[in-house]
Design a protein around this ligand. Structure first.
Ligand code: ADP
Ligand code: MG
Length: 727
């Protein structure tokens, strides 16, 4: 008897929805557990408050005296909420978050104790960093790394712990986390974009990059998930036959949310409110038991922290509701995978969204400037952008006819395509007064009307303009958004920097007016980057051919895609924009390759184990039942038995064939693993990708065939239909 599976099913079927209390208005809960501006105003002295605010707004340093005051107030606030511990909260290169809790509690002799938290504890900590990925930056004998307070992301309380967002760097100064390069990239975009804004408005002092992510995920009953070793160990199913009914009826997307899942979401949203994560949207996604959650967009650094925090909280709340949340990009074959759209825009401290068309021709010229520069940045760096979304798990999704392909292109809609075509025809050099008027009235002047009906959304595009923002849709659901956002902001920063240099040169050399020079440079950009624009079906085979002709890359696997991370061009870009040093870039590259290798290695082992410990023994049991049956038939029908037992005999043979295929494929896979394990870096990743991974589909094919042949009562692994349709 398949004990675990049936136990799990019974448990799952008997679940009652967990009740949630929503008696308090959300707006009243919002930010309740965050040391935010209003809490700081209440708890800090005026001096300390101003010190922190100017650190947030202008990046000024916080001196020790102020830090002491802030720490002491943070502690008072935290203690008033029943908090006992504090932690520096950071995002190491594992992609997740890390925390080490220390109690406020200190002994002071004579058997007495107090609660203490000083500026030095707030500002800097030294976690033992040798166990975090560092890509060889630190050897273990020089294991010191430190975390440093990031005042731009407010401290928060989760449970009974005060969490302080920090960066994580090696003692030698290299970043060991995902936040540090992001902060540097955000500084770079601020600098470049502010300089360009001054063409249009001298008052702009700061440009902020915004991010609104959309998190997709699956909810599976906890007991059912626990009955699948592949889900527990790899986050996805490595085998399992498609259910007779999948998502083909399109009856789940935007459908009514099942009660258990809805209660989970309500509970989760309450936690998000307390933590100041402004979640707004929830709905069913395309696949059964797949959902999405999206917040109101925020400043990028905060948005990244909030997404990382959310993923952590989602897991915790899920367990209260007897769910396991799956973030994997492709937990189930044959149904949709999960992504995390990154909606991105730039806004000024004067309140203008630079990617939203304005009311006047001049503000629209500003819009076009940022719009076209972004397109050019994407074109010039498409391979690097592709590399930022590369992972073993996202490889299942990109190009699998549900998510964007691995080819990076930009969708802008029919009307903006026309606008760019008209701009491309602008005269070289000085413009005639007529041409200027025409441009202002008929091209630049018409944009706001045009965008109102820009509802055409091409879901197959990896990078789409959606009215007032770009949407990077190829990002995977497990990703830390800091990685793609670091690259996007860096490449646009570099592009805007070059743009400013070119425009200034034209004004000077050719004596052009500012707007003439801008039109001239933009025209050249449109010409040189229009190959990246694509409005058609990104899933089609024709697009692959067409993209190849256009010279766009199509790096289908992670080991291939990651190469762009360490190209000369990339290294020069990071160095010029002061986002990452060569050592930092190379360390990250090494870590990602290794992560890929280990990922496939683990999947290979788990698949081999499940096939041998579950599938083959079950198949043998069933085969024995058939053999008994055939023997019995022979006893009854004697010579004639073959007529009666013909089908059973066929099944017995088929089972043997599948078993033999599975076993020999596993052996062959193990041999390839042994060879691959002798390699390192790129070579190891390539071997795992091209030599080991191809066996997965083969082995799975035979296992899945057995699944539908064998007596359901004997099958030990919880089936797709049970995981996807138990509500
Ligand atoms: P979709 O149709 O893809 O679901 P929505 O219009 O619902 O897209 O928006 C999705 C996300 O985009 C939300 O997180 C929202 O906050 C974010 N968003 C909206 N405007 C902007 C902007 N100007 N900059 C960044 N993100 C934005
Ligand atoms: Mg979207």
């Amino acid at each position: 008897m398949a004990v675990l599976r049936f136990h799990a099913l019974k448990e799952a079927l008997n679940r009652k929805p967990v009740e949630v209390d929503e008696s308090i208005k959300r707006s009243e809960l919002f930010g309740e557990n965050v040391f935010n501006e209003s809490t700081m105003r209440q708890y800090l002295t005026k001096e300390a408050y101003q010190g922190v605010m100017s650190a947030i707004q202008d990046g000024t340093k916080i001196d020790r005296k102020i830090a002491d005051q802030v720490a002491s107030s943070m502690k008072d606030w935290a203690l008033s909420k029943g908090v006992t511990h504090y932690t520096h909260w950071f995002q190491p290169l594992t992609g997740g978050t890390a925390e080490k809790h220390d109690a406020f509690f200190e002994t002071i002799g004579n058997g007495l104790a107090v609660e203490k938290f000083g500026g030095s504890e707030l500002v800097q900590q030294e976690p033992d960093a040798s166990s975090f990925p560092n890509g060889g930056i630190r050897n273990t004998f020089e294991a010191r790394g430190y975390t440093a307070w990031d005042p731009t992301s407010p401290a928060f309380i989760f449970g009974t712990t005060l969490s302080i967002p920090t960066i994580f760097v090696a003692y030698t100064g290299e970043a060991l986390d995902n936040k540090t390069p992001l902060l540097r990239a955000l500084q770079a975009i601020d600098k470049s974009a502010t300089a360009v804004c001054k063409y249009f408005d001298k008052n702009v002092k700061k440009v902020t990059a915004s991010l609104g992510w959309e998190q997709e995920y699956f909810l599976i009953d906890k007991a059912l998930a626990a009955s699948r070793p592949d889900i527990i160990l790899t986050g996805r199913t490595l085998l399992g036959h498609s259910p007779a009914k999948g998502q083909q009826l399109d009856d789940h997307y935007f459908g009514s949310i099942p009660t258990r899942a809805l209660n989970y979401m309500r509970d989760l949203e309450t936690e998000c409110m307390l933590l100041g994560i402004p979640v707004k949207t929830r709905h069913n996604e395309v696949a059964p038991n797949q959902f999405e959650l999206a917040p109101i967009y925020e400043e990028s650094n905060l948005a990244v922290d909030h997404n990382s925090l959310l993923m952590d909280v989602m897991g915790k709340v899920a367990s209260r509701h007897n769910f396991k949340v799956l973030f994997h990009e492709k937990p189930f074959a044959g149904v949709n995978g999960s992504g995390k759209h990154n909606n991105w825009s730039l806004s000024t401290d004067t309140g203008i969204n630079l990617l939203g068309p304005g009311k006047t021709p001049m503000s629209n010229l500003q819009f076009l400037t940022f719009f076209i520069n972004t397109i050019k940045a994407v074109y010039d760096n498409e391979e690097l952008l592709r590399a930022t979304i590369a992972s073993a798990s996202n490889d299942h999704r990109l190009g699998a006819n549900e998510a964007p392909p691995a080819i990076i292109s930009v969708f802008i809609g029919e009307q903006l395509t026309k606008v760019l075509q008209e701009l491309e025809g602008v005269t070289n050099g000085k413009l005639s007064p007529e041409e200027k008027t025409d441009l202002k009235l008929n091209v630049v002047g018409k944009i706001p009307d045009v965008l109102l009906d820009n509802t055409d959304r091409n879901r197959t595009s990896p990078f789409a303009f959606t009215g007032n923002k770009f949407e990077f849709r190829a990002v995977g659901s497990t990703a830390n958004c800091a990685i793609p956002m670091t690259v996007l902001n860096t490449i646009v920063a570099k592009q805007l920097k070059d743009f400013k240099i070119e425009v200034d040169a034209l004004i000077k050399k050719k004596d052009l007016k500012k707007d003439e020079a801008i039109f001239n440079v933009l025209r050249e950009y449109i010409k040189s980057s229009k190959k990246v624009l694509f409005e058609g079906n990104g899933y089609g085979a024709e697009w692959e051919k067409e993209a190849k002709k256009r010279g766009l890359s199509n790096n289908k696997t992670t080991p291939e895609a990651l190469k762009a991370q360490i190209s000369k061009k990339t290294l020069a870009l990071y160095e010029e924009m002061e986002v990452m040093s060569k050592v930092e870039v190379e360390a990250r590259h090494e870590i990602e390759l290794e992560e890929y290798t280990m990922h496939i290695q683990i999947e290979g082992r788990v698949l081999g184990d499940i096939a041998r410990n579950h599938v083959i023994p079950t198949a043998v049991k069933y085969q024995n039942m058939l053999i008994e049956n055939v023997k019995g038939l022979k006893e009854i029908f004697e010579q004639d038995y073959k007529k009666e037992a013909g089908e059973q005999i066929k099944l017995i043979r088929e089972i043997s064939e599948h078993i033999s295929e599975i076993n020999s494929k596993i052996n062959a896979m193990i041999e390839e693993r042994k060879k691959a394990n002798k390699l390192e870096g790129q070579k190891a990743a390539d071997a795992y990708c091209n030599k080991v991974k191809p066996y997965f589909d083969d082995i799975r094919y035979h296992c899945d065939k057995l699944e539908i042949m064998i007596d359901d009562e004997l099958w030990t692994l919880t089936k797709y239909r049970e995981m996807l349709f138990t509500r």
